[in-house]
Design a binder for this molecule. Structure first.
Ligand code: NAD
Length: 437
């Protein structure tokens, strides 16, 4: 099949590459010339494990191309995927300007049989508006489908090629069949291909992300309760998670969820409810709990230093919103950096992959280390914001020797409080019971 993917970010580049890997001819388009030039030179603009090798292999075979020019590739395409960003607008609703620009840009070149498929996460009703807009521009009927993406950054290739399910929203069964054929190579283990209406497909994506965000805010609130009642959230988590109706996934407490999806998708669904006169109390609380949670580490640090952070240096390990990605959008570490700088502290950071993105925001306001141990030099305390593997089994003697205070604030509960106490640390996790002193 001849495929065009508009938008070459985390979703578009993975989608295009995986479709090329399964034998299709794919052209990935972006308006960002620099991004396309880098891709043409074999440089992958994002960090995603396994992606570089796949892009290079498929580009070399001629099945994967990159361009900024829609007119050269869209006329030949049977499927045109829209995978542009849909960021949070000022009022919390999804900013759809990228979707309108992308659909307008392809409209003049669409063949009669082409299907335009929206992979971006868009509010309910958007695909129907894309359909109306294209129909008006073309003066004829047009095929539009919704195909929300469920991949996780850091595991995107695996998620795309072995999805739990594929969801498509269609206006005709014929389009459903075309997409089923396209996805067949990825559904060989009998995971379902679910065909539904446009609105249900759009809503499914929001409902899934909001459920996951709800689980995170729930366990974060339980963790905060554990701290004040003297329980240990790790024990509670195990006690809960073994109940098969609950399970363990997304029940890890932390410093709040971040990334390019959960925060904006929760807010967008709240905005959708508001537009239709429905107050979504649960989602409002999920969002509110998350805002509060992003301050939890700072509050602990401030309490420890009795409100006086001026002149202190705090080392932070991990800046990406989660491991195995360079994505720092809405990352809890950024909130912490902001609060520490406001309080007059110096900040010394390390991240194996995401440091360049943080540098682009903070420049020389903070200090960067290429090795995580170097961030300890001259620092008073250590904070762990992201659970990169290399932080999981550190040399504790080295840490103790180089920090002026043997204190670790751990936003990911990597270590056991008892052992940390024995090692001579003041160790503060999220919702953990403090050892008896
Ligand atoms: N990142 C994820 O983990 C993830 C997972 C599932 C769904 N999604 C959804 O997928 C969509 C894309 O997310 P992303 O993280 O890949 O975004 P991104 O910001 O990484 O990439 C979007 C790309 O689209 C390009 N673009 C914008 N307007 C364009 C236009 N008119 N023509 C061509 N290119 C254009 C941008 O230059 C950018 O390269 C969003 O709706 C997001 O919510 C993201």
């Amino acid at each position: 099949m001849n495929i065009v993917v508009i938008g070459t970010g985390y979703v578009g580049l993975v989608t295009g590459t995986c479709f090329a890997e399964s034998g299709n001819d794919v052209t990935c388009v972006d308006i960002n010339e620099d991004k396309i030039n880098r891709l043409l030179q074999g440089e992958i603009p994002i960090y995603e494990p396994g992606l570089t090798e796949l892009v290079k292999r498929n580009a070399a075979s001629g099945r994967l191309k990159f361009t900024t020019d829609v007119s050269g590739c869209v006329p030949e395409a049977s499927c045109v995927f829209l995978a542009v960003g849909t960021p949070m607008g000022d009022d919390g609703s999804a900013d759809l300007s990228g979707i309108w620009a992308a659909s307008d840009s392809v409209a003049p070149y669409l063949s009669d049989d082409a299907v335009v498929i929206c992979k971006s996460t868009v509010p309910v009703g958007t695909n129907r508006k894309v359909y109306e807009r294209l129909k008006e521009k073309l003066g004829r009927d047009v095929n539009v489908a919704s195909n929300p993406e469920f991949l996780k950054e850091g595991c995107a290739i695996q998620d795309f090629t072995k999805p739990d399910r594929v969801v498509v929203g269609v206006m005709s069964q014929k389009v459903g069949k075309i997409l089923e054929e396209l996805y067949k190579p990825f559904l060989r283990t009998e995971n379902p291909f679910l065909v539904m209406g446009l609105e249900s497909a759009e809503m499914t994506k929001y409902a899934a992300n909001c459920m996951l965000a709800t689980k995170i805010s729930f366990i974060n609130q339980m963790a905060n309760l554990c701290e004040v009642v003297g329980a240990d959230v790790n024990e509670v988590r195990k006690g809960m998670g073994h109940d098969q109706r609950i399970g363990f996934q997304f029940l890890f407490p932390g410093a709040g969820y971040g990334g390019s999806c959960f925060p904006k998708d929760v807010r967008a669904l709240i905005a959708t409810g508001k537009e239709r006169g429905l107050t979504t109390e649960l989602l409002l609380s999920v969002d509110h709990v998350n805002q509060i949670q992003k301050d939890v580490l700072f509050n602990k640090i401030e309490r420890y230093y009795q409100g006086n952070l001026k002149g202190r240096t705090i080392a932070i390990w991990g800046l990406a919103f989660k491991p195995k990605t360079d994505d720092i959008r809405e990352a809890p570490a950024l909130v912490l950096i902001e609060r520490l700088l406001e309080a007059g502290a110096d900040v010394h950071v390390h991240d194996p992959i995401a440091m360049g993105n943080v540098k682009a925001i903070y420049g020389d306001k903070i200090k960067y280390s290429d090795h995580h141990y170097d961030a300890l030099h001259g620092s008073d305390a250590l904070v762990i914001c992201t659970e990169w593997n290399e932080y999981r089994a550190p040399d504790f003697d080295y840490i103790k020797h180089h920090l002026s205070d043997p204190v670790i604030f751990d936003g990911r509960n990597l270590f056991e409080p008892e052992k940390m106490f024995e090692r001579g640390f003041h160790y503060s996790g999220i919702g953990l019971k403090q050892p008896k002193t």
